[in-house]
Design a protein around this ligand. Structure first.
Ligand code: ASP
Length: 327
């Protein structure tokens, strides 16, 4: 027979275990935003898409869904919108093709899935999730990733699905600048990327990132977004999705560095993310930003470009959307 004290202790423990964590969600639509390029119409579109992605992702969390599912939901909404450089709005490479990258990571188990250089996959984030759930691998690229997509029942879209007039014009401008040798090699244009980090009611974190990469990138170039630890990382206490000049985020293993600082140095998430984005990356010559969350639902969104499209729903349920520095 249990003693009354033991019974009380067990009941308290069960109560604590059953107590739900308060969900939170943070998303981005890319750093490198330049104020003078944002027309009122563009700002309206960006805000509307961020708001929709936040609402849809957060609804998954409120319904008791997993942080992985919430990340997928928020990112597919942004991929389908054509608003950002991911999915339908992806930029063109040097050859006039779209090559898309994505990754997703589950903080509770450290399972991850990622894909690079896909060109007929409508939602690369869902293919990354399929790699996580249905393959023994972490990363699949190019034709192998395309074949895997068919094998898990994804219907291909024609490459023309990714064609948008704006992105095509951006490539033509970049090619012209390159021909005229007017391009400053230190200022690679950033055109977005989307990402999401979520905390679910079980207290589990997840992070995901999806991108078309960088306009005029060479055939086969892979950025940081699908590289676990560079553009995407999640563990039990910290989750990060990055955006910016990918080569530098890879060299700095930026997303993992942030979580390692939290884990090993005891830095707050804010200090860790700020140090990597404001010190480490610029010292190497790169720029960009991150969204990050810890297991208490604290959110931070540092960037060292003029602006970064971002939005979040706090643990108190309040929605925020921002592009430039908050007043
Ligand atoms: N980080 C992405 C890449 O290098 C681009 C971006 O976020 O703007 O592929």
């Amino acid at each position: 027979m249990k003693s009354p004290i033991l019974a009380l202790t067990l009941a308290l423990c069960a109560g604590a275990a059953a107590q739900a964590a308060t969900p939170a969600l943070v998303i981005h639509g890319g750093a490198g935003v330049i104020a003078k390029e944002i027309t009122p119409a563009r700002e309206k579109e960006v805000r509307a898409t961020l708001e929709r992605a936040l609402r849809e992702g957060y609804a998954v969390l409120k319904a008791g869904g997993s942080s992985l599912d919430a990340v997928d939901k928020a990112i597919t909404t942004m991929e389908d919108s054509g608003t950002f450089n991911a999915g339908r709005g992806a930029v063109f490479n040097h050859d006039g093709r779209n090559e898309l990258d994505a990754a997703v990571m589950d903080g509770a188990t450290l399972r991850a899935g990622s894909v690079a250089n896909v060109h007929t996959v409508k939602n690369p984030i869902l293919l990354a999730r399929a790699v996580l759930d249905q393959s023994p691998h972490v990363m699949l690229v190019g034709e192998g990733a395309e074949i895997f997509a068919r094998s898990v029942g994804m219907t291909p879209v024609p490459p023309s699905y990714f064609y948008t007039e704006t992105r095509w014009r951006e490539l033509q401008d970049a090619l012209k600048e390159e021909r005229e040798k007017a391009a400053d090699p230190k200022t690679v244009p950033h055109h977005g990327t989307v990402g999401a980090v979520a905390l679910d009611q079980a207290g589990h974190l997840a992070a995901g990132t999806s991108t078309g990469g960088i306009t005029n990138k060479r055939y086969g170039r892979v950025g940081d977004s699908p590289i676990i630890g560079a553009g995407t990382y999640a563990d039990a206490k910290c989750a990060v999705s990055a955006t910016g000049w990918g080569e530098f985020f890879i060299r700095a293993t930026a997303a993992h560095d942030i979580c390692a600082r939290v884990e090993y140095r005891g830095d707050s998430l804010k200090e860790a993310a700020r140090a990597v984005v404001m010190d480490v990356i610029p010292r190497l010559g790169g720029d960009g930003g991150v969204i990050a969350m810890d297991d208490q639902g604290h959110i931070t969104t540092p960037y060292d470009t003029e602006g970064m499209f971002r939005g979040w729903i706090d643990t108190d349920g309040t929605m925020h959307i921002a592009i430039f520095a908050e007043k």
